[in-house]
Ligand binder design. Structure first.
Ligand code: ZN
Length: 304
């Protein structure tokens, strides 16, 4: 191995992919704008994309990623792991970096190192100072190690499916007077809609895969919801046809080796089919693999 930390994109330790279908168990609201602020457009449409000539609702990768990151923040906090909010100007890249008597942002320091050709130093700085979630989901000037592609309503054969869309009338109340200010129409995807999802990861240690797995299970079990109007019962989503694959130098037969000193090795014998450098599992077996990964997350200890 090159000695580069796993957060470096110059080294390939492994690739792991979670894929399957997100199935709406309640109305689902993924749209432009959230809870209809007063004075907004009277009609809130769902996001649509043209696929094979059909205009259909979809779930943008950025929405799914935002959902995973915000849920992961809750899980990290429960473990006592300090992570940033990931919000603009509040990421780990925005933290102060003290150099002799000057204070700059970590991002500036890293960019300086890059400009001066000290790439290894820039990578080391990021790896040491950025939180786990910046490494997994990304930070300004840094591509994360989990990629969330757009989820489209396609079936197993790749055919675009019709997605039933409903409309509800919402009432905006004037906060000051308490009177009805305006009525607005909210479009949503009906329960039963299926969206094909794929989350591709590189170099993530078993505990970080376990963190993503935990978010997926919380979603599937109904502990967390996606999209808007959650307080009105929207956004319940279950995961169907789950498939997990992992490949690369840190995959050995049925084993997922440890990626860093905090990580622990997992032997998934009996749960996966494997070749020398690749393993995979589907359906219930894939959920068993996720449970094993979640166990690594539960056991990992982060030094304060
Ligand atoms: Zn961070």
């Amino acid at each position: 191995m090159s000695g580069l930390p796993w957060s470096s994109h110059s080294v390939i330790l492994r690739e792991a992919v979670f894929e399957g279908y997100l199935v709406a168990d309640s109305p689902l609201r993924i749209g432009v704008g959230r809870e209809a602020p007063l004075g907004s457009a009277a009609h809130l449409a769902v996001l649509r994309i043209k696929l094979n000539g059909k205009l259909v609702p979809y779930i943008p990768g950025s929405s799914l990623k935002g959902f995973f990151r915000s849920t992961a923040i809750l899980l990290a906090n429960q473990k006592g792991l300090t992570v940033c909010s990931g919000l603009s100007k509040q990421t780990c890249m925005d933290q102060e970096y003290h150099e002799s008597c000057r204070v700059k942002k970590l991002l500036e320091k890293i960019q300086e190192e890059m400009k001066n050709g000290n790439v290894a130093n820039a990578i080391r700085l990021f790896h040491e100072r950025a939180c786990l979630l910046c490494k997994v989901f990304g930070a300004p000037s840094f591509r994360g190690h989990a990629e969330f592609i757009d989820s489209y309503p396609v079936n197993e054969d790749g055919d675009v499916q019709d997605v039933p869309v409903g409309v509800r009338t919402g009432i905006a109340i004037n906060r000051r007077t308490g009177a009805v200010d305006q009525l607005y129409q909210v479009e949503y995807v009906e329960s039963g809609a299926r969206f094909r999802f794929s989350i591709g990861t590189t170099n993530l240690p078993n505990y970080a895969l376990g963190l993503l797995a935990k978010v997926m299970r919380m979603l599937n079990d109904g502990w967390v919801r996606i999209g808007g109007f959650k307080t009105r019962g929207f956004g319940e989503v279950r995961v169907e046809g789950l498939h997990f694959t992992a490949s690369g130098p840190t995959v050995q037969g049925t084993k997922l080796l440890a990626v860093d000193e905090k990580d622990s090795e997992l032997d998934l014998a009996g749960r996966v089919s494997s070749t020398l450098r690749e393993l995979e599992a589907s359906g219930d077996k894939a959920w068993e693999v996720l449970a094993e990964l979640e166990g690594v997350w539960d056991r990992v200890e982060f030094k304060p």
